[in-house]
Ligand binder design. Structure first.
Ligand code: FE
Length: 337
């Protein structure tokens, strides 16, 4: 009997060795083609199987919340620090980012409580019609509320997180009251009721519906580098203006990564994060997404290089999440729809 039992226990103990497949499960708000190739490379190098589910950012967060402890997701990849902060406050993440990883990335691009970390950055810039606006007429986000831009500005709606995060940064730097005054002035300068995404604002400038717009850098880069010749033509009619270069710098945000509270493959998740921050992965991922890498060793894409260096706001991006609801209220009061 004893021999049988020992044999049985040995068998049971050794079972997982044969059965366990090293894996990591990702919920990603990035489109499959913009992330899959680099995950395949990780899979090959590490022997860890990567299971990828892609979807819309808000839907994926909802899904993790609904699935609770049963969620297969080990990792959430999404854009905008405001959204990562939402996931943190929804209690679906864990403070698992380790010091060796945090050392790689500038401290303002990560959560001080270790819940999430940036993989790439983008800036929310001003673009202007090359034929109607001189760059010397532009200066700061604040100056976009100047009456000289009356009915000349295109920007998407206030329910978009990118604008919420921009307004949140204004609150941190300028205070609530002056941000509200600014937002009211900005709304007066809208050339039309906000509609469409950032690409549509660029198209509207090209079509002469407005003279300036506020957009994320990668949309312009995508339009310039994409296959759609109409989009390319539109993008070529605008130029980049880096706001606030003489003070706090241009507003930036991230695409980032976090480990879920219910993760069953935390070590593998950490290995993947380390890989995504390697020079090889950073160069590929940033270029594929037309974004800026978070490490200096990675190479910039040709388009981004052509826009030159810029001074960026060093605000810790968790503030964008913390001031999100105040930002939404201000935009609401200002009539920004
Ligand atoms: Fe986007």
């Amino acid at each position: 009997m004893k021999i049988f039992l020992t044999g049985f226990i040995t068998l049971v103990l050794s079972l997982p060795v044969y059965a366990a497949v090293e894996e990591v499960n990702i919920y990603s708000a990035r489109k499959e083609q913009l992330i899959k190739p680099i995950l395949d490379r990780f899979e090959k190098q590490s022997g860890i199987k990567v299971n990828l589910i892609t979807g819309k950012a808000d839907a994926l967060l909802k899904r993790i919340e609904t699935e609770g402890t049963n969620t297969p997701a080990d990792i959430l990849i999404t854009t905008d620090a405001g959204r990562l902060h939402r996931a943190k406050t929804a209690m679906v993440l864990q403070p698992a980012i380790t010091p060796d990883i945090e050392k790689i990335v500038p401290s303002n691009l990560q959560d001080p409580d270790h819940y999430w970390i940036g993989l790439t950055t983008r800036s929310r810039i001003i673009v202007y019609a090359k034929d109607r606006v001189k760059p010397s007429e532009l200066s700061t986000y604040e100056a976009l509320s100047d009456p000289k831009w009356k009915k000349r500005l295109c920007i998407r709606s206030s329910n978009n997180i990118y604008n919420q995060s921009l307004v949140a940064s204004m609150i941190v730097h300028k205070g609530e009251q002056s941000t509200e005054d600014w937002a009211k002035g900005l709304v007066k300068n809208f050339a039309r009721k906000p509609k469409g995404g950032d690409r549509d604002q660029i198209k509207a400038v090209a079509a002469g519906q407005c003279d300036i717009a506020v957009v994320n850098t990668y949309y312009l880069a995508q339009m310039l580098n994409g296959k759609d010749s109409t989009q390319k033509k539109a993008a070529e009619q605008v130029a980049v203006f880096w706001p606030n270069q003489n003070d706090r710098g241009a507003h930036i945000n991230i695409s980032g990564i976090a480990i879920t509270k219910a993760s069953k493959n935390k070590e593998n998740a950490l290995k993947l994060i380390r890989y995504l921050l390697s020079p090889e992965a950073q160069t590929w991922y940033a270029e594929a997404n037309n974004e800026y890498p978070v490490i200096k060793e990675a190479t910039l894409s040709k388009t981004l290089k052509s826009w030159g260096q810029f001074h960026s706001d060093s605000l810790n991006l968790k503030e964008l999440g913390e001031y999100n609801s105040q930002a939404v209220r201000i935009m609401d009061r200002a009539g920004w729809r």
